[in-house]
Design a protein around this ligand. Structure first.
Ligand code: SF4
Length: 474
């Protein structure tokens, strides 16, 4: 539970395993513990806040605490844990774990929490443990771990309509399902999703759920698309700002550019209204994700949003999926990713969209998927050509090993032992692209106060060391 120095991007540092930086320094640089008052975190992950709100609504006595302040748990009947990546099986973690040959920090800390003294002792006295969060799917690949770690129930999916029932059963001592997958028919409607009642990490606010693009490798697409009305977003914004501890906003959706839209064309009025609202109240803004195609489809609107955002800051960031440079692969596994353009034009859409981001001062952290099922040498070459064409565009490009999710969940995992020479060249090409831009980004990120300049020195040192290590591997 960390604010990652108020920078969501730094949170990716948790996906790395312990490495050449001493553990205490690495955790300080990338995930210092969130500040607390009497054990209560000033901010908590958005998903955990939603669960908290739902349980409060149903009349439970809920206490949200930081993992470092569990106390003796004597009064606690059920411990609920929000897990992002409990076994390090997410795409970023598996890639870094394979390269650095160790278990990522995320997994290490999750397991250490369940093996900690207060949890073990409370378990002997009847405590029930329920785990949920974005990483819950990983328990399907680690069934024995549920038992080994003393977990009574794992909840996978949007839990609003089921969490109360499960906590009630746990308190009553009734039998709990080992793994509860929330069905599509159990997904909450907009009216059933409660507002948060306490602040979220870095002011993160959800704009809606689901995605209309239907990429085959993605879990999100299995859920219905729902956008929050602006009034709901405003109410949650008030909760964050009235705490006096949150000053910025991270807008979260699978595609912020499509907020309020029923198709793949951005809804101008709604987007402008949203950004004006946020910028009137907040000091800063970032986006969690956006699609390149929506940016390319609305260049004037994108420039207008950039103008609104840059009234108070020089740039903003978002995570963006490129995934492949091969139109054949794009057509096969993500036919609507380029929509309203055709999948055959994917290369050009990416170059166009990334160019707009560069010109309008948005910095994308882009992902590529390495080792997709049936990937051919020619597909990798096309991806390398695309990365080459993006050289002059301010961005980070991160290649991630294929993880079988969504409609591809029955395919095989991609392992580091399957890395071909071409894959290795692609990995190095991306690392060189990132090294070229990272110093520039650090200069932009850490400005102002003296400790920011100090932190920048550390990150630059880390980047120089990483560069040296990569060159050694090369
Ligand atoms: S665009 Fe992103 S969120 Fe939507 S289906 Fe594709 S990968 Fe998933």
């Amino acid at each position: 539970m960390s604010t990652y120095h108020q920078n969501e991007f730094l949170g990716f540092g948790t996906c790395a395993p312990p490495n050449f930086i001493p553990e205490w320094l690495y955790s300080y640089l990338f995930f210092p513990p969130v500040k607390t008052s009497k054990g209560h975190p000033w901010m908590a992950p958005y998903g955990l806040r939603k669960t908290e709100a739902q349980l409060l609504k149903e009349g439970f006595n809920v206490d949200t605490v930081s993992p470092n302040h569990l106390g003796d748990l004597k009064q606690t009947k059920v411990l609920g844990i929000h897990a992002m990546d409990p076994f390090g099986l997410g795409p970023a973690s598996t890639t870094l774990a394979a390269i650095l040959k160790n278990q990522p920090y995320l997994a290490k800390h999750f397991q250490a929490l369940l093996r900690s003294k207060p949890v073990k002792k409370a378990k002997q006295n009847g405590l029930k443990v329920i785990v949920g969060g974005p990483g819950a799917w990983q328990f399907r690949y680690r069934e024995h771990a549920t038992k080994d770690l003393g977990i009574d129930c794992v909840v996978e999916g949007e839990a609003e309509n089921v969490i109360g029932k499960l906590f009630r059963r746990a308190i009553e001592g009734s039998e709990l399902p080992r793994h509860y997958e929330v069905g599509v028919d159990e997904a909450p409607t907009l009216e059933q999703i409660p507002d948060i009642v306490h602040p979220t990490i870095n002011g993160l606010l959800e704009l809606g759920r689901g995605c209309c693009r239907g990429c085959k490798f993605c879990n999100v697409t299995l859920r219905p698309l729902r956008w929050y009305p602006i009034e709901k977003i405003q109410r949650e914004l008030n909760v964050n700002f009235s705490s006096g501890r949150v000053t910025g906003v991270c807008l979260h959706a699978e595609d912020v550019m499509l907020y309020g839209s029923k198709n793949t064309m951005p809804a101008e009025e709604k987007l402008v209204q949203l950004h004006e609202l946020v910028m009137k109240r907040g000091d800063s803004i970032s986006w969690s994700h956006c699609s390149i195609a929506a940016v390319a489809a609305g260049p004037k609107l994108f420039a207008k949003l950039s103008e609104i955002i840059r009234q108070k800051q020089a740039w903003w960031g978002a995570e963006v999926g490129i995934e492949t440079g091969s139109p054949e692969v794009a057509k096969k596994i993500m036919p609507a990713k380029a929509h309203p353009f055709s999948a055959e034009k994917w290369h050009d859409v990416v170059v166009e969209g990334m160019g707009l981001m560069h010109d309008n001062m948005m910095v994308p952290a882009c992902t590529l998927i390495v080792g997709l099922p049936d990937e051919k040498e020619d597909d990798i070459i096309k991806t390398m050509e695309l990365v080459d064409d993006l050289k002059s565009m301010r961005s980070l490009i991160v290649p991630l090993f294929f993880v079988p999710l969504g409609k591809l969940k029955n395919e095989n995992w991609f392992k580091d032992t399957q890395l071909s020479e071409l894959h290795k060249k692609l990995l190095i090409q991306c690392a060189e692209h990132d090294f070229y831009w990272v110093d520039n980004l650090l200069d932009w990120t850490f400005t102002g106060k003296w400790y920011n300049r100090l932190l920048k020195g550390f990150y630059k040192g880390f980047s120089a060391l990483a560069k040296y290590k990569v060159r050694q591997i090369e």
